[in-house]
Design a protein around this ligand. Structure first.
Ligand code: NAP
Ligand code: MG
Length: 497
């Protein structure tokens, strides 16, 4: 396989003895447990990180809290915070090939995707958020308070950083999602303790060091590596955490909401999806096929907004099914370091087994399956991609989030039938409508139960476009000019004069 060469800096970083990142430096854990990091393309262990203990988490949160109360970051002028974050973007750009290779080595994704979406995306998103640092504003409020008679009051609002933020990151896009958790918190003036998923910790450890190089003061950006059920749990339950920004599965998001209810910890939850596409009879078939092939199979379907359910009006069904199968069959499957591949291994052995179980269940039920290319015969975490035609509603993979290279296509008799099926789902993250009719393009999106609806595209996101789910897909919105609302508290100040 024509794989790219690993940069010496990447090899050296992977091989170094990794520690936690606390108080502006790599800091050894108090514990001795370590978690292995595997290369999904080979199944081989490539590195390990500490499994942080409760006392490690306490040190990290204490460091973040001290930095917050000292004002070393919070009290900088907005321009100074913006300039520091812009410097971080420049450093990410400088080291973008290192970060891209790290992402592919620990997560398995295509190096092309790592370069465009992870490292390249990180630069764009950091620059966007950096600019928000200087756009934090309150309001002046005319009030009518009548007591005592003749007194005059003027009220105003201030946006103040909430304090220490816990940023909990999943494994599907480890770098860019870490940026979405950490950077808006920093722009708002908060301090952060971030926890990567246990399988993909390396790029976040690298990013934290770059933040220090950019001039983010010590203690403002900390990273604790470790398992969710121990390290993650200790972090979200820590009494000094003012806000949790979580991206991950719905069950874990609900668990965190439950165990933090006592403290009323502020929460943003970006959770799972089971995202439908509704293809109307007048849609452009070529656009649908090329768009949904990417939306369904990019990063092996390990994308929260991935399209996994497609409802197609009868006349177009056979054309779309045949076209998607041709597109899938042409996608080369292999290691992410091979730039010519489009389908790569899944991120972990456990996830590979989970997705294979869904497919075995479908095969046992006699489902009509169109397959993509056979994976290479290695011990990498590959799953053969699949399209399921007109699945029975009772199949597990129809209702549950598979988060793998699996898409279902269902023939419907009308847009109304497709809309009803699209909305008949516990999730509501994203959806798309495919049509050439302006009136359908205007009428259907408001009726779709999803946080984002695309027309004639799917999975396209932008920092200026709010993103987040409804129903079991979460609470709160990331991105957009109001992004910092989640990391600031509105204080009313009322002045008698
Ligand atoms: P996950 O199992 O819920 O884990 C997410 C993060 O939470 C990981 O860092 C995990 O740590 C940690 N965690 C687990 N248990 C915890 C606990 N009790 N307390 C605190 N933290 C805990 O999700 P995943 O499998 O990594 O990611 C895939 C899921 O993320 C999918 O459902 C996908 O749809 C969703 N997602 C949503 C969005 C969105 O924007 N809506 C974006 C991307 C992904 P460990 O892994 O180390 O145990
Ligand atoms: Mg996990």
């Amino acid at each position: 396989m024509p794989e790219i060469s690993i940069l010496p800096a990447v090899q050296a970083f992977i091989e170094q003895a990794h520690h936690l990142y606390i108080d502006g430096r790599y800091t050894p854990s108090h514990g001795t447990n370590r978690l292995a990091v595997y290369n999904p393309a080979t199944g081989q262990k490539i590195s390990s990180v500490p499994d942080a203990t409760e006392s490690d988490v306490d040190r990290a949160v204490t460091s973040a809290h001290q930095a917050f109360t000292s004002g070393s970051w919070r009290k900088l002028s907005p321009c100074e915070r913006e300039a520091t974050l812009l410097k971080l973007a420049t450093l990410v750009e400088r080291d973008s090939e290192i970060l891209s290779q790290l992402e592919t080595l620990e997560q398995g994704q295509s190096i092309v995707l790592s370069r465009i979406l992870e490292a390249g995306g990180a630069c764009n998103w950091i620059r966007y958020v950096a600019g928000l640092s200087t756009k934090i504003t309150g309001q002046t409020l005319d009030v009518s308070i009548p007591i005592p008679p003749g007194a005059r009051y003027t009220a105003m609002t201030r946006k103040e950083p909430v304090g220490v933020v816990a940023g909990i990151v999943p494994w599907n896009f480890p770098l860019i999602i870490a940026v979405w958790k950490v950077l808006p918190a920093l722009a708002a003036g908060c301090s952060v303790v971030a926890k990567p998923a246990d399988t993909t910790p390396l790029s976040l450890l690298y990013l934290a060091h770059l933040a220090t190089e950019a001039g983010v003061p010590d203690g403002v950006f900390n990273v604790v590596t470790g398992a969710g059920t121990t390290t993650g749990e200790a972090l979200v339950r820590h009494p000094k955490i003012a806000k949790i920004s979580f991206t991950g599965s719905t069950p874990v998001g609900k668990h965190i909401a439950t165990v933090t209810a006592d403290r009323l910890t502020r929460l943003s939850l970006e959770l799972g999806g089971k995202n439908p596409a509704l293809v109307l009879a007048d849609a452009d078939p070529d656009l649908v096929i090329s768009g949904l092939a990417i939306a369904g199979f990019m990063n092996q379907g390990q994308v929260c907004a991935a399209c996994s359910r497609v409802y197609i009006e009868g006349p177009l069904f056979d054309t779309i099914a045949a076209g998607l199968h041709t597109a899938l069959s042409s996608m080369k499957i292999g290691p992410g370091l091979d730039e010519t591949t489009q389908i790569n291994p899944l991120a972990s052995r456990a996830h590979q087994a989970k997705v294979q179980n869904y497919l075995q269940d479908a095969m046992a039920a006699g489902a009509d399956i169109l397959w993509g290319q056979e994976p290479p015969d290695t011990s990498g975490f590959y799953v053969r991609p699949a399209i399921i035609l007109n699945p029975k509603p009772s199949l597990k993979l129809v209702r549950e989030e598979v988060f793998g290279p699996v898409m279902t296509l269902t023939r419907v008799e009308s847009a109304e039938e497709g809309l009803a099926l699209a909305n008949d789902c516990e999730f509501g993250l994203a959806a798309s409508v495919w049509t050439r009719s302006l009136s359908q393009a205007m009428d259907l999106p408001p009726r779709m139960e999803a946080g984002t609806v695309w027309v004639n595209s799917h999975v396209m996101i932008d920092p200026n476009m709010p993103f987040g789910g409804v129903k079991n897909s979460g609470v709160g919105k990331d991105f957009g000019t109001n992004w910092l609302d989640a990391f600031t508290e509105t204080k009313a100040v009322c002045i008698r004069h």
